[in-house]
Write a protein that binds this ligand. Structure first.
Ligand SMILES: NC(=O)c1ccc[n+]([C@@H]2O[C@H](COP(=O)([O-])OP(=O)(O)OC[C@H]3O[C@@H](n4cnc5c(N)ncnc54)[C@H](O)[C@@H]3O)[C@@H](O)[C@H]2O)c1
Length: 434
């Protein structure tokens, strides 16, 4: 394919080398004349393992050239990758000026073209950038999105230092587009890469890089705080994290990665607090670990706001235990929610088929006696009764019998803290994080 690459930095230069190595004809475009000259001399613009040879070989084969003439580059190619820099602005937002500048330049070429052109945003950008780039191109060129051109979001995941290897072996390749034609071409283009291609919405493709990198930063910080604590106890932190990493059911897995309500129960809050006290006793600060509780409490506040924002005074709570399939009420976020609602004068009734007060004993009983001493007058195992009695129903955990309630009771308002349904468009429905 004939491809133009806008921005000849780390991402652009590696893209040129790797795509040329797969026999594609590449034109690099940059406003920096020095970088354009380097590429035209068969030299890379960056230092990276394997890149010298890729650029030199591609140049010798006549597959690589560079220019600062964006218009001509568009006329001579069918796909353009935007790989320009997106630095932080003084307020922490991304500065997307280079992206919009390139979009304007691309429009000049697209205006004169009678072939379909695909613009691929490879840079890390804010959600909404894809649509804005398309708007610019539409306005400047007079051509129509998804008829004359398409814009695909395809975030780059390479790491400097292993960029060529990462380009050729990415963990996943994400494509966000609303053009089947463009997606087909992109799948063909990436057929040389051994990767899982994920086609998703434009917005998901745009935000995923932020989520990935924030999680990577979280992982490093988590390991460092664990390391500091372990050192203070003379425990081998690398062995701890090695053992931690071998659990790929609960630790290194998608477990617990479902946005929703706060955590609770008898273990997570207690053990998190326990580790915090070990750190405290060693005079260590653990800003990350210490913030987890605060974040969890904030999620309860969001749930309370959601349940009460409709100005309805009677609330039905579907699920009181800390998760489905148990009668454990200790540190259940639903107990906190009920306690706060009652404290603010709301009428509350509760359905939980697993909670039978006569069977609750020990610390579970002590906990509920302290937090909801009148629970027996609030709770029932009659789901229909709770639905009929209340105007707002809040679902606190995923349970099969809750799934169809939203559609079956259109006159009730459902607040879903657990994503019990995929149909989130019903007007009597609101999810906590979706
Ligand atoms: N460097 C990485 O490891 C990495 C990895 C993944 C994603 N990213 C993202 O990819 C993007 C590019 O990163 P990079 O490290 O390659 O940046 P870079 O700063 O190395 O290169 C950006 C290039 O864009 C050029 N440029 C700026 N405005 C231009 C314009 N109007 N027309 C043509 N060229 C223009 C610059 O001259 C420069 O050569 C950023 O959004 C970055 O966040 C970077």
């Amino acid at each position: 394919m004939d491809i133009s690459i806008f921005g000849l930095g780390y991402v652009g230069c590696v893209s040129i080398g790797c795509l040329a190595a797969n026999s594609h004809k590449i034109i690099g475009v940059d406003i920096n004349k020095h970088k354009v000259d380097l590429i035209n001399k068969g030299k890379p613009t960056i230092i990276e393992a394997g890149i010298d040879e890729l650029i030199a070989t591609g140049s010798k084969k006549g597959l690589i050239s560079a220019t600062n003439d964006a218009r001509q580059a568009i006329l001579d190619t069918d796909i353009s990758f935007i790989c320009s820099g997106t630095p932080s602005s003084p307020t922490g937002h991304l500065n997307l000026n280079s992206i919009y500048h390139i979009a304007t330049n691309i429009s000049r070429g697209i205006k004169e073209k009678d072939r379909f052109h695909i613009v691929v945003i490879r840079s890390t950008v804010m959600p909404g950038t894809n649509r804005k780039v398309a708007e610019i191109i539409q306005k400047e060129s007079g051509k129509k999105r998804n008829e004359d051109f398409a814009v695909v979001s395809n975030p780059e995941f390479l790491r400097e230092g292993s960029a060529v290897a990462d380009y050729n072996n990415p963990a996943v390749t994400v494509l966000g587009s609303d053009s089947p034609k463009a997606l087909k071409t992109m799948n063909d283009l990436y057929s040389f890469i051994d990767t899982t291609i994920i086609e998703t919405s434009i917005e998901v493709a745009e935000i995923i890089k932020y989520i990935n990198n924030s999680f990577h930063a979280l992982k490093i910080t988590f390991a460092n705080e664990v390391g500091n604590i372990c050192k203070s106890l003379k425990i081998d932190s690398h062995e701890v994290m090695r053992v931690f990493g071998t659990d790929n059911k609960l630790n290194i897995s998608t477990a617990y990665f479902k946005p929703g309500f706060a955590y609770g129960g008898s273990c997570l809050p207690k053990d998190l607090q326990g580790l915090g006290t070990i750190a405290h006793d060693a005079y260590l600060k653990t800003p990350l670990l210490s913030s987890i509780h605060e974040s969890n409490e904030y999620q309860k506040e969001i749930a309370f706001h959601l349940v009460t924002k409709y100005n309805k005074r009677s609330i039905g709570v579907l699920g009181l235990s800390f998760k489905k399939g148990t009668d454990d009420l200790r540190y259940s976020p639903a107990v906190d929610l009920v306690e706060k609602l009652i404290g603010k004068g709301y009428t509350v009734s509760i359905y939980d088929k697993n909670v039978n007060l006569s069977n609750i004993t020990g610390t579970n009983k002590a906990y509920i006696d302290e937090h909801l001493p009148h629970l027996s007058s609030l709770i029932t195992d009659d789901l229909k009764k709770v639905i009929h009695e209340n105007e707002v129903l809040v679902i606190t955990y995923r349970e099969h019998e809750f799934e169809n309630l939203i559609a079956n009771y259109p006159e009730k308002i459902f607040v879903d803290l657990a994503k019990v349904t995929e149909d989130t468009t019903l007007i009597n429905y609101e999810g906590i994080c979706w």
